[in-house]
Design a protein around this ligand. Structure first.
Ligand code: GDG
Length: 491
């Protein structure tokens, strides 16, 4: 088994229990179960002259950022430009001068610091939107290894993506990878639409994309969880405010993509239109703080706290508070018991790459008396978890009705739905995700065969068009050429 070098914005201390955040939790599993190195930002901000040293703790390598890099690369381009644009929120994106240069600069610096650790037979697996340019920077330094990229967040519709002033640069960066993995077929479809319409990529007859002189494979690899983390018996956890009170649980980083105000409003609407449920149900929302230095996050916190206060003020009683809002990280060892003792989970993001909480909730249920999962159609997980109650989180009234349906669902229906959901969660677990991505990376890089197992509709459509235009076939079947030098690109 070749060694895999994982590269992600944040790394995790492998000796400690998992912290909040989907990417780190998933990669810790990969790092623990394969020969690996894990390289990323230490989370520290230090004076520029102290940022050139890599700290090594076992298999984990970290580097600090300088204050300018933290501002322009992390808070700036990654979290105030790419995060909102990829989540379809052009309205909150901050296109500030200098951000992109810092973004490229940090990726260049990280590539140079990583290169001495790379052995010729390593596979390199780069994660998420912070690090899109890493492969091109490694290539410029002469790294010829297989390099794969996985995007944990959604890829937006192509006309949203071309609003990014630097979109074509990012496309060139993507072309330096051998394999690009996305969460869902819908994301693959969006990326292909962009590559074909936005930067004139061509779909080849075997389903790969010819882009800037490279052949790129794009496929979906839906991320999963380690199911055993959520099925181990834990001490029951009494959170209810009375014996006959059912708990609805929400666990989401306090992010504007997670649909928290809409969730609170739907719950308030349930109480408004169904007085019989007052005193009988509580919404427990665990919302750990995240990226608090970015302006849009302060806004969402303020909005949520105002809304929670007003719903509690309107419906609350001396012995019953409808919304139980916790703006702190809950210990991971308690999550199983919290999920298991909740009658339903409300997972209602406005946009989400996958959403692991939905899968964790399913895994933690008692199969004999399971709770109900209410899931946004805009979470990547909705592509797989079809037996959840799927809602449009913008439709407050309909979501309130679905909450009532879930509260009234028969035991038999709950069991049936749960059985189907658990089957999916167990089949597409974290191990399957990791194995399928790395196996695909081994197959596609430098080889002539493409992944044929995952042709989404966009590729099929493009291939159909291709077959119809026979004139172009000759040209499209030319072998791929690697550019003679990566320094021919203008950055
Ligand atoms: C990104 C994409 C994609 C949350 N609160 C607490 C806590 N968590 C844990 C959950 C879960 C993880 O953090 C959150 O994962 P999500 O998938 O829900 O969301 P993101 O952090 O936005 O992750 C997402 C994911 O990457 C993986 O590819 O699914 O779409 O946005 O594991 O349990 N854990 C603890 N306390 C908390 O308060 N201990």
């Amino acid at each position: 088994m070749s060694r895999v070098i994982l590269v992600s914005n944040r790394v995790m201390d492998l000796r400690r229990a998992a912290q909040a955040g989907g990417v780190a939790v998933a990669l810790a599993h990969v790092a623990r179960t394969r020969p690996s190195l894990w390289f990323g930002w230490s989370g520290e901000v230090k004076p520029a002259e102290e940022t050139g040293v890599v700290a090594q703790a076992g298999r984990v390598l970290t580097v600090p950022l300088s204050p300018e890099e933290h501002e322009g690369y992390y808070l700036g381009y990654a979290n105030s430009v790419l995060w909102p644009v990829f989540h379809n929120r052009l309205d909150v994106a901050q296109f500030e001068a200098g951000y992109f240069e810092q973004y490229i600069g940090v990726n260049r610096r990280l590539a140079a610091l990583l290169k001495p650790f790379v052995r010729p037979d390593d596979e390199i697996w780069v994660h998420d939107y912070h690090l899109i340019p890493l492969a091109v920077e490694l290539r410029r330094l002469g790294v010829l290894n297989r390099i794969g990229f996985y995007l944990h967040i959604p890829f937006p519709p192509w006309q949203t993506f071309i609003a990014l002033p630097e979109h074509a640069h990012l496309a060139r960066c993507l072309a330096a990878y051998d394999l690009v993995g996305l969460q869902t077929k819908a994301d693959v479809s969006n990326l292909l639409d962009y590559l074909v319409n936005g930067v004139l990529g061509n779909v080849t007859p075997d389903g790969r994309i010819r882009l800037f002189d490279r052949l790129l494979t794009v496929a979906s690899f839906p991320i999963g969880i380690d199911v055993s983390d959520f099925t181990r018996p834990t001490r029951e956890f009494a959170l209810v405010q009375g014996r006959d009170v059912s708990r609805i649980i929400g666990v989401d980083r306090l992010d504007y993509t997670k649909g928290l105000p809409q969730k609170f409003k739907a719950f308030g609407q349930l109480l408004e239109s169904n007085p019989q449920y007052r005193r009988r149900v509580v919404l427990t929302q665990i919302a750990p703080p995240t990226r608090e230095n970015v302006g849009a996050y302060a806004d969402i916190r303020h909005q949520l706290e105002t809304l929670g206060g007003s719903i509690n003020g309107r419906f609350g009683e001396l012995d019953w508070v409808p919304i139980h809002y916790i703006h702190r990280t809950a210990p991971r060892r308690r999550l199983t018991a919290i999920y298991r003792s909740s009658r339903m989970a409300l997972v209602t993001p406005l946009r989400d790459g996958m959403n692991l909480v939905a899968k964790e909730y399913v895994a933690a249920q008692d199969p004999e008396d399971p709770g109900v999962l209410i899931l946004s159609r805009f979470a990547g997980a909705a592509e797989e978890l079809e037996e959840a109650l799927i809602v449009n989180p913008y439709d407050i009234y309909a979501t309130a009705d679905v909450i009532r349906t879930a509260l009234e669902m028969s035991l038999e229906e709950r069991r049936e739905r749960h059985r189907a959901l658990l089957g999916v969660v167990e089949t597409h677990d974290i191990k399957a995700w990791c194995q399928s991505f790395l196996a695909a990376l081994t197959r596609v890089a430098g080889a002539d065969d493409a992944i044929t197992s995952s042709h989404p509709e966009a590729i099929t459509r493009a291939l159909e068009k291709l077959r119809q235009s026979m004139g172009a076939a000759q040209q499209l079947q030319e072998p791929a050429r690697r550019p003679t030098s990566w320094s021919t690109y203008p950055w």
